[in-house]
Design a protein around this ligand. Sequence first.
Ligand SMILES: CC/C=C\C=C\CC(=O)SCCNC(=O)CCNC(=O)[C@H](O)C(C)(C)COP(=O)(O)OP(=O)(O)OC[C@H]1O[C@@H](n2cnc3c(N)ncnc32)[C@H](O)[C@@H]1OP(=O)(O)O
Length: 276
Amino acid sequence: MEKYTTIEIVQENPKSSVFTLYLNRPRHSNALSREFFTEFPNALSSLDHNPNVAVIVLSGKGKHFCSGIDLKTLASISADFQSPSDRGRSGEKSRREIKFMQKAITAIEKCRKPVIAAVQGVCIGGGVDIISACDMRFCTEDAFFSVKEVDLAITADLGSLQRLPAIVGYGNAMELALTARKFSGSEAKVLGLVSKVFGSKPDMDEGVGAIADGIAAKSPLAVIGTKAVLVRSRDMSLSQGLDFVATWNSSMLLSDDLKEVAAASLQNRKPSFSKL
Ligand SMILES: CC/C=C\C=C\CC(=O)SCCNC(=O)CCNC(=O)[C@H](O)C(C)(C)COP(=O)(O)OP(=O)(O)OC[C@H]1O[C@@H](n2cnc3c(N)ncnc32)[C@H](O)[C@@H]1OP(=O)(O)O
């Protein structure tokens, strides 16, 4: 397993194809430093290419899931952007930096395998950007959330404003982003941001692990197809989405997984699929 400074990949159970990707700067409340934006997409890419991995759980080490952008990183980026001589070049450099950070978050959607966020404690700013790009979200009772950027005089630019409306609805996304107010795990459930609120972190780890194991036992082709079609369809018209899934399934329906499901059903056993 590769070594990272801001994250850690753990296979909690050697028999399971569920891997956990931890945000791993607990002494800094898992704030997102510049290194994170290089390491995170690299880690996701290595998990995506690893045939032993079926599902990824994204979790935070320590008390909090993620306290957003590291404030020291933010200060240094903002200082770097100030070019005394040429405001055009300085603006172009800022744009490149923002695109670089966006790419790291979008890597979650680009990963073929499902990424499930498990949130405890704080999830604010860049933390919301991250979970908005995840495929499913869960949290503990003590979790709280904030689309915090406006309070730092920033227009959120790493994906929350683009992804949240499809998750919580346009009106709720607008209200949360304009007020930056804190909201609880139970409100996140009512809004549809999370699928379930667990009483404690151990309960969440167990519950999310069971959900992830359930997905990992299914046909990997059907799972990656479902993610690819749902993610792409979000940004397409209905007819484009239907065309996309027809093209997708015109090759994927030829897989051995269909035959295995039929055989398993006739033999009254659980199906078993080969890795991707
Ligand atoms: C180009 C722009 C791209 C992206 C922009 C994204 C915008 C955002 O992400 S907005 C959100 C920014 N984050 C914050 O404003 C969080 C500030 N921190 C807090 O509010 C609190 O620390 C807390 C996260 C609520 C946690 O509180 P608590 O449980 O009481 O712990 P603390 O003692 O406060 O924190 C422990 C330790 O972590 C350090 N820390 C926390 N957050 C950050 C951070 N974002 N950046 C850097 N460091 C952080 C905190 O300073 C403490 O460190 P000590 O050394 O122990 O002081």
